[in-house]
Design a binder for this molecule. Structure first.
Ligand SMILES: CC(C)(COP(=O)(O)OP(=O)(O)OC[C@H]1O[C@@H](n2cnc3c(N)ncnc32)[C@H](O)[C@@H]1OP(=O)(O)O)[C@@H](O)C(=O)NCCC(=O)NCCS
Length: 415
């Protein structure tokens, strides 16, 4: 079956996580993604956190599916010429080098435009223009600078970073949207353009509701759905709100049967207002449904701590899956805290292709997260990541180089 991005060629100059996340998505949607790597070494993640000696790490294989790999020394004059040929042939150049690295290589926006005015140049950087624009940035730096860390964790503890890679993978997602949007605009403008996704901006976009809360706090000095109300003090900035859901529907993480030995025997429980009477019935507190201290959402706000303690007395008598089953019968919103082990073993995720088993010639079978975005007319087939330089000759031939020329470039160290 045809793929959504059939015919789109991506010159993939990305490494580590943020950029590769983006180009992997584009490859899953059908783009021909040609990953340019440094000969001999390649993307640094090939060798990071290895679980099998001398074999591409899971870090690399899980972020570079469906791509082709070519090795080019872009600082070698002849290597630069090969890169120029690629720029002329491709639609999009994606990079996430440190600020200025592409310019230092000699590939400024102006030069790229000379070579190919239709080229879209898409970059991940740590920061947009401003005081930090020259800084190198990794995931947790972005989480901190984008507002996530200051608003994550418990009020009596330090800022906390989250396991979700919102700085790297989150920004890669933002960049992918920018690229397909620029490709669409090019269909009528005929021109390429630059696309920038700064990691700080991407994280902040995902923390939008916290900037909402900052302004509510500035205006009123209090936010009633936060656990600080009415027990603690609010300061000048949005506080860390623990496991509060933060929306209009208070929620918390509660212990379930087995919590003493299983660190993930917990459930997220939401006391959604329309199902309050059902919650009261399930936990055996029928009188709360009509008691004026508990019957309305606003009456419950100052009592949330005690309410969740009472609900927890009930959840502790059930496993998280039993609780889930009972609560779902009554449309009470809740979610089990699933461990990575449970997710890896979940049959329904395998069925939908969200978790996929892939075979790799050097490491054998491994699990990966497949394409989380499902298109009905462009199904994703997850193919293993390329070995370093696996497709150099193939891509060089497509660029019009003869076997003799390829051999000479190899001798010169250009490829
Ligand atoms: C991630 C990051 C911190 C890594 O820094 P780093 O390991 O020092 O890598 P850099 O991007 O600085 O360097 C790449 C260097 O390799 C060179 N290089 C890359 N590919 C090359 C190739 N095929 N041939 C020759 N040289 C190559 C670059 O030209 C650059 O050299 P220069 O510093 O002399 O200009 C940095 O790239 C960065 O801040 N990127 C933007 C933000 C980002 O994406 N961060 C998240 C990562 S998940």
């Amino acid at each position: 079956m045809a793929k959504a991005l059939d015919g789109v060629r991506i010159l993939d100059f990305t490494h580590v996580q943020s950029g590769p996340t983006c180009t992997q998505l584009l490859a899953w949607f059908g783009a021909d993604v040609i990953k340019v790597e440094r000969a001999g070494a390649g993307d640094i993640t090939r060798e990071q956190l290895r679980d099998i000696p001398d074999v591409d790490s899971l870090y690399f294989t899980m972020l570079n599916h469906n791509k082709r790999s070519v090795t080019i020394d872009t600082k070698n004059p002849e290597g630069k010429q090969v890169l120029e040929a690629l720029i002329q042939k491709c639609d999009v150049l994606v990079e996430n080098f440190a600020p200025g690295a592409l310019d230092r290589m000699g590939f400024t926006w102006e030069r790229i435009q000379e070579l190919n005015p239709r080229m879209i140049v898409a970059s991940v950087k740590g920061f947009g223009p401003g005081p930090y624009e020259d800084c190198k940035v990794y995931e947790n730096v972005a989480q901190c600078a984008g507002g996530a860390a200051s608003t994550t964790g418990f009020d009596d503890g330090p800022p906390v970073v989250t396991g979700a890679q919102i700085g790297d993978s989150g920004t890669g997602l933002h960049l992918a949207l920018g690229i397909v949007t620029a490709l669409y605009q090019r269909t009528h403008s005929g021109r390429g353009q630059r696309v920038l996704a700064a990691m700080q901006d991407g994280v902040l976009n995902l923390c939008r509701v916290k900037l909402r809360d900052q302004q509510r706090l500035d205006r009123t000095g209090v936010m009633k759905e936060y656990p600080q109300y009415p027990n603690g003090k609010f300061g000048e900035a949005v506080p860390r709100s623990g496991n509060a859901s933060g929306g209009g529907q208070p929620g918390w993480i509660l212990k379930c049967k087995g919590w003493e030995t299983d660190p993930n025997a917990y459930i997220y429980f939401i006391t959604q207002a329309p199902v309050w009477a059902k919650i009261c019935n399930v936990i055996g507190k029928e009188e709360w449904a009509t008691d004026p201290d508990y019957a309305t959402a606003s009456a419950r706000l100052p009592r949330l701590k005690d309410i969740f303690a009472e609900i927890e007395r009930w959840t502790m008598t059930k496993t998280k899956f039993e609780a889930m089953q009972i609560l779902n019968k009554y449309d009470i919103p809740c979610g089990p805290i699933l461990s990575m082990k449970e997710i890896a073993e979940e049959p329904s995720l395998r069925k939908t292709g969200t978790i996929v088993e892939v075979d790799h010639p050097m490491r054998g079978k491994y699990l990966t997260v497949g394409n989380p975005i499902k298109l009905s007319d462009s199904p994703t087939e997850v193919k293993r990541s390329p070995l370093l330089g696996e497709h150099t000759d193939e891509v060089m031939a497509e660029l019009g180089y003869s076997p003799e020329q390829i051999s000479a470039l190899r001798t010169a160290g250009a490829i």
